[in-house]
Design a protein around this ligand. Sequence first.
Ligand code: EPU
Length: 355
Amino acid sequence: MALQIEHDYPLLAHNTFGMDVRAACFVAYHSESELVAALRLLRAEGSPRLLNIGGGSNLLFCGDFPGAVLRSAIDSVEIQPRPAVHSRTVPEEETVCVRVGSGHNWDAFVARALEAGWYGAENLSGIPGDVGASAVQNIGAYGAEIKDLVVKVEAINAETCEKRIFTADECGYAYRDSIFKRPENKKYIITYVTYRLRTAFVPNLSYKALADRFADRPGSGLRPAFTASDIRREVVAMRGEKLPNPAVLGNAGSFFMNPVVPESVYAALAARYPGMPHYEAGPGRVKLSAAWLIDQAGWKGRSMGPAGVYEKQPLVLVNRGGATGGDILALASAIIADVSARFGVTLSMEVNQIM
Ligand code: EPU
């Protein structure tokens, strides 16, 4: 397919928040060599600002994008020889390494993995976005995080056009975080992610609300009375009960991160609010529930103009129709200020703002 640079390109179909904005240029690339060709062509056109996007499910455009939007259309799936870096927890013969193009839809990959008998991604069913973004964002849900599946990440340095391969350790994964979010690493455009999956199904029911849905099904550990597809079905159902469908109501999933605070901050709050939800987050640190804080502050279901707080999950901000990035940010700022005043906890945004 010939490489095509589009100009004055509409981004409405490329962001789940439903922002009707445009990019000065837009390029979809189908291979690493096409990406490099695009980067060289753009340099010849005067080196516009670059923005590499995936499914656009974690982006808030605050206006037209004056540079070039790059979109991966690399969507291959190949089984890889086992790498030299070994899994610490699973015997090698029970795993498979799969190299997936960054433009492959994440959830389509999860479905395909289950069909192939590759397990470990089923708890991450239904998450919007692409494989490349999964590795930037360290997507996580229902007791699983992508960092536990990633073996390596391949990227092209947009400044030098050179290829670099990052091991999972080099990616610096933490809760919704990786080195690819640092400004100095934005130059790395992810082309492939290699995941290690299991070839035997071991259920992960560490997330209580998910475990509750399997409470009446006997069997555990290596002999569960249910399949990975059952987990996928329940996860998709739980998501559907709480999270708005972006095709119906514009949103980008959780708008804020769950705040991680020192134990002393948690202890002081817990004394005032017994039963406040909290989760262990490493030595001396506690993760609080942003949804709970926002809910307690009375924001659930409220709106400011066309920007709203979703009725069933207040961590999600929604575009009720025709909202701009500025409308969403005004609502987010009001929530941050109010939560901070009431609880002394500062919420930070999970969604990438594109100014
Ligand atoms: N809660 C309320 N009021 C509500 C809803 C929730 O108080 O209206 C409290 C409840 O106590 C509940 C707690 O919030 O137990 C947690 O809610 P939930 O299980 O929905 O999880 P979350 O912490 O709000 C995180 C992720 C989601 C992920 C779920 C499930 C972040 C920022 N968000 O939400 O991820 O699906 O856990 O694992 O970590 C996303 O990143 O876009 C996303 C949707």
